[in-house]
Write a protein that binds this ligand. Structure first.
Ligand SMILES: Cc1cc2nc3c(=O)[nH]c(=O)nc-3n(C[C@H](O)[C@H](O)[C@H](O)COP(=O)(O)OP(=O)(O)OC[C@H]3O[C@@H](n4cnc5c(N)ncnc54)[C@H](O)[C@@H]3O)c2cc1C
Length: 495
């Protein structure tokens, strides 16, 4: 339960979900917490746009691991249900392939089996075993990586944990693991896709991530009524009730370090003294921009340059004045050559010729999100992080191409029924949220040891400096960044 021997002055840099989570917990523990945020409001990459009667979430669209969100409110003495209504989605997602095949996944495993059996009977029989193994992996992660900071690595590597860690670790990739279970290239592609839940490639990310399907099939896919942006605003309101001070439109410009430890944060308007600093800003950007190089032996500019970001995202927001009844809430329109797609994204850093397209139509389940008879389509491609593509020059052409591709998947009339269109590119994510090279999940998990390579929640070389957010342990995605905030807050309170 909350409790703290000494009240600390804590400055949190960034009001993304990781920062909000840390701020609430630290305030609940009795600390004096100030959040400085460069933008005008909370949420970071979880943001929104309203235009012409349409509402669009511009970042995250799928809520998994609902218990993590509930746990934050509970820790702070409140019931999330009093502030946020999360509704379960069934089907979880509708998948489309170019040959006309479609498939709905469901938390009702029998229903998913039946859907798979329609074109891949052997794979339908393999599903239950695959999901059982996924559950086991998830449970191991839950009691190791998801509940302990990497700063606790020595505690994680105890003889009692080692068998677990061997069971969950893997020297094979997610794709090769999936191909042992599933024969149909379509079903393999469907389960390979879970690598993108942390912005990685299934051909490089370890099979450890076969735990993610359990988070969706076993624990459910959720949607907060009124839109995803209700999550950061709901947590920000919780923070206000706990006494957290928010200073918006006030970027941090330097983490002031004296005698090897943090002493203050210099912002655009002044200096805030601090016993501890939690950086929710991208850790690469934080080191590079806010900490003079003389204070960082480990994270030199060259080392930071070598850290591979997760993929970026290319978003098209499309308000259309008609219904598309073939759409579900979440939809995936698959490419034909998945491997080529990831080779482009992470290899040549170019936009794939034939990208997989994700479409979220919250208007299918929430009429408040679009005018009557209309749909609010959030369209997302996994895209390379910045460096090669000239996004300003490419974005409209790419948006046209994506709309055309969706029309050939059967959404005829999409182009002519659009009354609102806006694009968001990796360059925008970089500029708006200072995400390293526009990555949307932080650091990539392309590598067998990637879980151990993330930024730890507490600096090992600067006293009083902590990290929360997608670039840090345990990783990107809303529930994991909430956990990173929890781990950072626990370390601050413990120290
Ligand atoms: C297009 C897209 C789709 C996604 N889909 C999903 C999904 O379906 N489900 C899911 O769970 N996750 C999804 N994610 C990932 C998820 O949104 C992120 O992992 C998560 O929101 C990141 O939170 P964070 O704590 O790392 O903070 P961020 O959102 O990165 O926020 C960091 C904050 O710090 C601020 N900041 C930076 N530098 C400074 C500074 N110097 N001073 C002050 N403030 C500063 C920024 O302005 C920002 O507000 C998606 C993300 C994107 C972009």
């Amino acid at each position: 339960m909350p409790g703290n021997s000494r009240v600390k002055k804590v400055v949190v840099i960034g009001a993304g979900l990781g920062g909000l989570s840390a701020a609430c917990r630290l305030a609940r523990d009795g600390n004096r917490v100030t959040v400085v945020e460069k933008n005008a409001g909370p949420g970071g990459k979880v943001n929104f746009v309203s235009a012409k009667g349409f509402s669009f979430d511009t970042g995250a669209s799928l809520v998994t691991m609902k218990h993590v969100f509930e746990d934050l409110f509970e820790y702070c003495g409140e019931d999330m249900a009093d502030h946020l209504e999360l509704v379960p989605l069934d089907p979880i997602c509708r998948y489309f392939w170019k040959d006309g095949t479609t498939l709905d996944t469901s938390t009702d495993i029998r229903r998913t089996e039946t859907a798979i059996a329609a074109f891949a009977p052997e794979d339908a029989r393999a599903l239950a075993g695959y999901l059982e193994a996924s559950k086991k992996k998830y449970e191991i992660a839950q009691r190791t990586f998801l509940s302990r900071s990497l700063n606790d690595l020595p505690k994680l590597l105890t003889p009692s944990n080692l068998p677990d860690l061997f069971r969950i670790s893997s020297t094979s990739t997610l794709d090769s693991y999936n191909s042992k279970y599933f024969r149909s290239s379509k079903i393999r592609q469907l389960f390979d896709r879970y690598a993108t839940y942390n912005g990685s490639s299934p051909y490089e990310a370890p099979a450890t991530f076969a735990l993610i399907p359990h988070a969706e099939f076993g624990l459910g896919a959720w949607y907060p009524k009124g839109g995803i942006y209700g999550i950061p605003t709901g947590i920000e309101a919780l923070a206000h009730r706990l006494g957290v001070e928010f200073r918006y439109s006030e970027p941090a410009e330097e983490i002031v370090i004296e005698n090897g430890g943090v002493s203050a944060v210099r912002t655009s308007t002044g200096v805030l003294s601090a016993d501890a600093v939690v950086a929710n800003s991208d850790a690469v950007d934080t080191y590079r921009r806010l900490i003079p190089e003389k204070h960082r032996k480990k994270y030199t500019d060259e080392k930071l340059e070598r850290i591979e970001p997760s993929c970026g995202g290319f978003v098209v927001l499309l308000g259309v004045r008609r219904k598309f009844d073939q759409l579900s809430h979440h939809n995936i329109f698959f490419s034909e050559d998945y491997r080529a797609e990831f080779e482009a994204i992470f290899g040549s850093l170019t936009v794939p010729d034939d990208p997989t397209i994700y479409v979220c139509a919250t208007s299918r389940t929430d009429p408040t999100q679009a005018p009557e008879g209309c749909e609010n389509l959030f369209i997302l491609l996994n895209a390379p992080y910045t460096g090669v593509v000239d996004w300003e020059a490419e974005k409209e052409r790419l948006a046209d191409k994506v709309v055309g591709m969706l029309e050939s998947f059967g959404l005829e009339g999409l182009r002519e029924s659009a009354v609102y269109r806006e694009t968001i590119t990796p360059a925008d994510f970089e500029k708006r949220y200072r995400a390293n090279r526009g990555s949307i999940y932080g650091v990539s998990s392309n590598g067998i040891l990637s879980a151990f390579m993330r930024f730890p929640n507490k600096s090992r070389e600067i006293e009083g400096l902590y990290f929360a957010g997608g670039t840090t342990h345990p990783g990107g995605g809303m529930p994991l960044v909430l956990l990173s905030g929890k781990m950072a807050a626990e370390l601050v309170s413990k120290d």
